[in-house]
Design a protein around this ligand. Sequence first.
Ligand SMILES: *[C@@H]1O[C@H](CO)[C@@H](O)[C@H](O)[C@H]1NC(C)=O
Ligand SMILES: *[C@@H]1O[C@H](CO)[C@@H](O)[C@H](O)[C@H]1NC(C)=O
Ligand SMILES: *[C@@H]1O[C@H](CO)[C@@H](O)[C@H](O)[C@H]1NC(C)=O
Ligand SMILES: *[C@@H]1O[C@H](CO)[C@@H](O)[C@H](O)[C@H]1NC(C)=O
Length: 613
Amino acid sequence: MNKQVLLSLFLASALVCIFGNDATDDREPPTILVALLVRNKAHTLPMFLSYLDQQDYPKQRIAFWLRSDHNADDSVNVLKQWLDHSAESYHSVNFSFETDEKSYPNESSPYEWSSSRFKNLISLKEEAFGYARDIWADYVFFLDADVMLTSQDTLTKLTQLRLPIVAPMLLSESLYSNFWCGMSEEYYYQRTDEYKEIYHLKKVGSFPVPMVHTAVLVDMNYKGVKSLTFDKSKLQEMQKNRKQEPLFDGPSDDIIVFAISANSSGIPLHICNEITFGYILQPLEPGDSLDNDIQQLVHIRASMITDLGEVPPLHDYYQHLVTKPEKSKLTLDHIFMINLERRPERREKMEKLFDEIGLDVEHFPAVDGKELNVERVKQMGITFMPGYEDPYHHRPMTMGEIGCFLSHYRIWVKMVQEKLKEVLILEDDIRFEPYFRSNAVRVLNQARNVVEYDLIYFGRKRLKEKSEPWVADTDTLVHAGYSYWTLGYVLSYEGALKLLAAKPLEKLIPVDEFLPVMFNRHPNKTWSEAYQKRDLVALSAAPLLLYPVYYTGDFGYISDTEDSQQINVESNEGEARLKSDREQVFLKEVEDSSEQQLKLGESISGTKSHQEL
Ligand SMILES: *[C@@H]1O[C@H](CO)[C@@H](O)[C@H](O)[C@H]1NC(C)=O
Ligand SMILES: *[C@@H]1O[C@H](CO)[C@@H](O)[C@H](O)[C@H]1NC(C)=O
Ligand SMILES: *[C@@H]1O[C@H](CO)[C@@H](O)[C@H](O)[C@H]1NC(C)=O
Ligand SMILES: *[C@@H]1O[C@H](CO)[C@@H](O)[C@H](O)[C@H]1NC(C)=O
């Protein structure tokens, strides 16, 4: 071999080193390397991978580094299907699957974090980081398979931020997310008020925080980033060289070490909540089972319908892996949803929701206030409570409120005619709390065991500041005080009889004022005394099981009762007025209840080494 040939061989191998391992690869290096570690995620991978493939970012600029090990489930097959269908459209996929071991030694549960598991995870993350350096990726995106990136703009948005390390804020069924706002001296999660402000979008943007995890984009071109590490001893080494005292003495935990190594290097971590990027499953605890994750998925899919209008579609080849709960009537005779025919979009959305949650619900056409007028109201024999006016707006009843009353009224009549013992009546602008089905059944069973109830609110707005007494021998029920809204309530046959016997159409007030009158908690004595018998036994689920989707004034709010033409009680003449906001007076209370929900969160125990809530 002459010198020239040797030289060109040398040059060729040098080029291979620069442009990647594949000698025939003459493409540019990828912009993003997605580093993906998978263990026992067969149940989340179909959604996770389908949504990743829907990213609006050039696939030829994305490379994958994919490892899966210690699986007791079908994860590897699910990944292989994706490799068959999708790998080619990406820049490259570097993968390796370990199929020998199904669990770590001495592991009592796949949700336990033993030191050998941490060790393996840390060495894999270090390897991925090194690979990103080797292939000259501009970014590495560390991603876990229990993240659902429903926004197609996620990668575009995150790379545009030009931040050294940034995480897309993800929503869960509770307050859990992929960032911390506070870190204790011992490097553990610390509660802060700022956390909730960011999670609830009270402030929007990108914010420096002490910790991001689970979905983290790292800019490899940012000065100093390449020396970051997940490995405790490497971090200590780095600190020693920099004469940074005291050395890190926290746990050998990949995310904590990474966050501290960034901080020691003067590199900030950011969380971004500018768009709804997607959802995250709360990590399971050693005592949990796969069913806990399945339940979380049910709620996350329901949240997608509430927030996005649908569960974004999965790849066809994954469709058969989607399972939905069987439909249930929650041990009741019937569930009705009241819906206006001219609001088919709400019906469609609610039906998708029932489908995901597993509720067997019958559609009940609402009486449309738009089709009522003074003449028709008279013909129906309706007369109003003398001097009725709305306590906040000081205005008489709207046609929408009359239609709403009549809709509920017709269900009460139907219950009596058909002798239905217990019925759940739902409106069509609600969202369900996590574990709605099992919690609803628990509430019902407790109620049946202790009292002959007439009505149980599942959703409402409490109006009195005073606390309401618990129903004895229950831990899910209170005696209802003055409340607004009729979003969802269970009514018994006896309850329906009582409501009809009061002849409410002869002295009409809005249905959510009428109910508190009937259980004698209405503060206005004049109205109350217009009804003689006020012995309805009304309870409320505590915490509540459902909430309205929109609040007055929120984007997207359309109320069919508040917006419609009003009727002037005195002159019985229709009159239009501006919509106002009696709904907003008590908004704060509704928000605060979001923490309460955790109490009913069944076996999700709430604490996790990475974050307590
Ligand atoms: C895949 O990545 C590993 C590093 O994790 C590297 O050693 C190996 O060469 C890569 N394989 C290919 C084909 O690029
Ligand atoms: C597993 O447990 C046994 C007995 O407690 C112990 O001797 C062994 O070192 C453990 N193995 C690992 C890998 O932790
Ligand atoms: C490092 O942590 C300290 C203490 O939490 C904080 O004040 C500082 O801003 C952090 N530095 C960076 C670059 O994030
Ligand atoms: C009760 O309602 C009547 C009729 O709307 C009104 O005149 C009266 O002021 C109200 N009373 C109270 C205590 O709010």
